[in-house]
Design a protein around this ligand. Structure first.
Ligand code: CNA
Length: 278
């Protein structure tokens, strides 16, 4: 046997192979890595899709470069473009997708160890994935602080400001207030780093709806064991997929892909029931 044969875990490198593996005793801990692509069918644009992505549509905000809208240095001088966008993306406006319900189903069936998400839309929580199984690696709109004196700013006032397209200003020092989402130039939350070691216990990693371009998040794919099956559900092939023996990719909208997986597992009705309930 050569090295690849020794590492081979899946019988076939497709969704059948994945479903069979999930049903086997070997698959206990499933980890998810999610990105903006799992929320596009909810109506929230991703960053990088060529015509529909946010970066393609930011011209009207007159930014020096598209990423500036999420850049902390830029925000300190000009928070307006960010809040224009926040108004459009405000949580509460969107319903979780079938893919979010799939993550919840994995939790209900005791397969889900941790869902690492780059998304700031809180749709994982809204879909009913238990909070202690979610790591919001780039923070979320759930809380907010003054960028100058760090004072917390009330949730209800924040919601009002975003709704009315007004700038939230610190009640104590008049500094600008920013939701606790991680901008370019800021560090990721401690709980992100402290939970990385668990990835070594992964029996399956499912990567969904991400271009795998933002680091350090993207590098989580490397932490799982060399023999751990990795499934990519995305519109395009990213992250050098296929470089490992048990890499499987399914290039289609992730809502369709999770439905196929659930069909193969006999979980389709439960999936639909969970989704109908959110
Ligand atoms: P990205 O770089 O925009 O990549 C999105 C990926 O998803 C692309 O590879 C697309 O091909 C793919 N994709 C789009 N639609 C689907 C679909 N229906 N099914 C499967 N795949 C699809 O976004 P990333 O998440 O990789 O980038 C990281 C950034 C994006 C994080 O910092 C996020 O905070 C940020 N972001 C978050 C949201 C959100 O919270 N919903 C929205 C936009 C951007």
């Amino acid at each position: 046997v050569d090295d690849d044969d020794a590492l081979q875990v899946l019988e076939t490198l497709d969704l059948h192979g994945i479903a069979k593996y999930i049903k086997s005793d070997a698959c206990k801990n499933i980890f998810i890595m999610a990105g903006a692509g799992i929320s596009t069918s909810a109506g929230i644009p991703d960053f990088r899709s060529p015509d529909t992505g946010l970066y393609a549509n930011l011209a009207r905000l007159k930014l020096p470069y598209p990423e500036a809208v999420f850049d902390i240095t830029f925000f300190r001088n000009n928070p307006k473009p960010f809040y224009t966008l926040a108004h459009e993306l405000a949580p509460g406006k969107f319903r979780p997708t079938l893919t979010h319900s799939f993550i919840r189903l994995l939790a209900e069936k005791n397969y889900l160890h941790t869902c690492f998400t780059q998304n700031i839309d809180t749709l994982e929580r809204r879909a009913g994935v238990p909070a202690d199984k979610i790591i919001e690696a780039h923070g979320s709109f759930a809380t907010q602080h003054c960028i100058k004196c760090k004072a917390e700013y009330p949730d209800d006032e924040m919601r009002e400001k975003i709704k009315n397209q007004e700038l939230p200003i610190c009640n104590k020092c008049k500094g600008y207030v920013k939701p606790d989402i991680v901008f370019f130039g800021e560090g990721l939350p401690d709980e992100f780093f402290s939970s990385l070691e668990h990835l070594r216990s992964a029996d399956l990693l499912i990567v969904m709806g991400t271009s795998l371009t933002v680091h350090p998040f993207a590098s989580l794919t490397e932490i799982v064991d060399e023999s751990c099956p990795r499934l990519l559900l995305n519109l395009d092939l990213v992250g050098g997929w296929g470089s490992r023996t048990n890499d499987v990719s399914c290039l289609m909208p992730c809502d369709d892909a999770v439905r196929k997986i659930c069909e193969l597992l006999g979980w389709e009705e439960e999936l639909d029931a969970l989704w109908a309930d959110t």
